[in-house]
Design a protein around this ligand. Structure first.
Ligand code: AMP
Length: 208
């Protein structure tokens, strides 16, 4: 069983690693950030509520967030496991998650705040196809998507003010989760500095 949680600050590359882990075990990658962005793009009620919190660099309230994650984990494709990315982010979310599932692995992808801010300030998102550009993917023409020619923009929550706030939130609210899971002996610390391949090699070692 692979009920995996990836924890790491903004820019740690946990989304990228989560996609690789998804392919490695053929399990779904569940990102609350992606679920919210999809809801915002399709202009649902949930999307409208979430958007304001997200753009200000705040967490979306627990009841809304837990509602979408519970619904997602109930789908049959999660029966053999899943890789969670971005949830839980607070102790109360971790308690709520414990009521519906049991994690088997928690992987902390570690980078310093300086690396985080540097990586995030370079991140751009395609407004048309949502492809993410950054250090590991640089567009051939600046600010134009290689794939669909859409315009590349900086996410509002990737702007300096919001990044600082998101990092503070990470240290204050999310990092304590590592202590919370420690007694279960399921936490693995992974150095997030290096190429995507380097980091993925470290990730795979956990499962050997
Ligand atoms: P991410 O793409 O994971 O950085 O998520 C983008 C934004 O969505 C975050 O900055 C939060 O505003 C919101 N968000 C994502 N996951 C959660 C969560 N577990 N709890 C509350 N808000 C969340």
């Amino acid at each position: 069983m692979h009920n995996i949680l990836l924890i790491g600050p903004q820019g740690s590359g946990k989304g990228t690693q989560a996609k690789l882990v998804k392919d490695l075990f053929n399990i779904p990658h569940i990102s609350t950030g992606d679920l919210f962005r999809e809801a915002i793009a399709s202009k649902t009620e949930l999307g409208k509520v979430a958007e304001q919190y997200i753009n200000d660099g705040n967490l979306v309230p627990d009841d809304i967030t837990f509602g979408i994650i519970k619904k997602r984990l109930e789908k049959t494709d999660c029966e053999a496991g899943y890789v969670l990315d971005g949830f839980p982010r607070t102790l109360s979310q971790a308690h709520a998650l414990d009521d519906i599932t049991a994690l088997t692995h928690v992987l902390e992808i570690f980078i310093s705040d300086d690396v985080s801010v540097d990586r995030i300030s370079k991140r751009r998102l395609c407004t048309k196809c949502s492809l993410i550009y950054g250090l590991n993917r640089i567009p051939k023409t600046s600010n134009i998507c290689d794939k669909c020619k859409g315009k590349l923009v900086q996410r509002d929550d990737d702007k300096p003010f919001a990044i600082k706030k998101r990092l503070e939130t990470y240290h204050d609210l999310t990092e304590p989760l590592l202590e919370y899971y420690k007694p279960r002996d399921i936490v693995h610390k992974i150095d997030g500095v290096g190429s995507v391949d380097d980091v993925f090699k470290r990730v795979k070692k956990v499962f050997e």
